[in-house]
Design a protein around this ligand. Sequence first.
Ligand code: GDP
Length: 419
Amino acid sequence: MVHAVVGAQFGDEGKGKMVDYFAVQADMVIRYQGGGNAGHTIVNEHGKFALHLVPSGIFNPSTVCVLGTGVVIHPANLVKELRTLQEAGISTDNLVISERAHLVLPYHIWQDAYEEASRKKKVGTTLQGIGPAYQDKTGRFGIQIGEMRDLRRFRERLEQAFAAKLQRMPGMAEFSGSFEEMWDELMAAREVLLPHIQDSLPLIQKAIRAEQHVLLEGQLGVMRDLDWGTYPFVTSSNPIAGATSVGAGIPPTAIRRVTGITKAYTTAVGEGPFPTRLDDAFGQYLRDKGHEYGATTGRPRACGWLDLPTLRYGAWLNGYTELALMKLDVLSGLPEIRVCTGYELNGEVHDTPLLTADMEQVQPVYQTLPGWQEDIDDVSSYDDLPANARAFVEFVEQRVGVPIAYVSVGPDRKQTLVR
Ligand code: GDP
């Protein structure tokens, strides 16, 4: 069974926890887009980990973890991540890297710094070279990771690509390091990665034909999708479920289950419109209570109330068969809880996200629900949640029109209520 787990908001919804939860039964976990700018936080019996690129199935030695063709890979950073896992006693032998995945090269990071510095309005990139690597991929200047196998040819390709880039972007020189510095870094990482690089398609075909449990792990969320998010404040790839077909190499008809991951409120890192954002003391309260600071960058996340238009939009675009509602525990202790049911713009109420320029001007329309005072982090069954907590869950479910199959009340795998 092919099962996609995708972000239903702006990213950081808690996908890492749920992929780790599902991965216990998965034969294969595939990352299909994005790069090492994700920060999936996982807490399990091995400890606490922030995974950036490695699929969240890595903790189970019998789960094959694939970095698919749609992913972009910074070799040295991937090696660093593998080392951290190995130091915690976790085997990384089960990692497979698609030979077609594109490289994030040191010059992409230099380019990222140069481009963000020259933008009047910042995109809020993580400056890890992800955007430039995808630009090169679509511009057909990119280098696939499988090309690292043939050293002579790889060096030639890299020399040409680097020289051509500096020629196209003379301003970038100021941000650049040297070719040899780049080469040494790549060669050190190549040693470690080479055994993992292969044609991933036969493996994936075999797993799907044998009806194994294949998990597709999304990064970021629908509102950061290159096509459907708050452009240009988006990522350079498509987190939505349809992109799994391209980035993993799976027929669209094979995907049977799509779990949308949402928090019980909304957070966003970076720039761009976020209608329910609260820049007041309550926003700070949510940030502190929910520990809303980026796992990769440490950047504080903007916080606000749950936004139903986003969830409904994502339900259409991703085809959620179910939702997982995360961090419900963070809302405990509030007298009342607000939920955004629509956006008002020029006297008209919209129930779905709009073009960015309009989204910047909308006013959220709220419905207020009663809160609950009890702590819920040690509740072990849905029926034991306070009545108002259940009423909140059921309100969201009914308004989005998708069953909420999981409610999460804490970071640990065990703090997951199945309905
Ligand atoms: P991802 O990028 O979508 O995987 O999200 P992150 O891992 O960056 O953010 C989720 C954060 O919330 C992590 O620190 C998790 O450990 C934590 N977390 C996940 N689920 C829950 C939950 O239900 N309650 C609380 N309090 N924390 C949670």
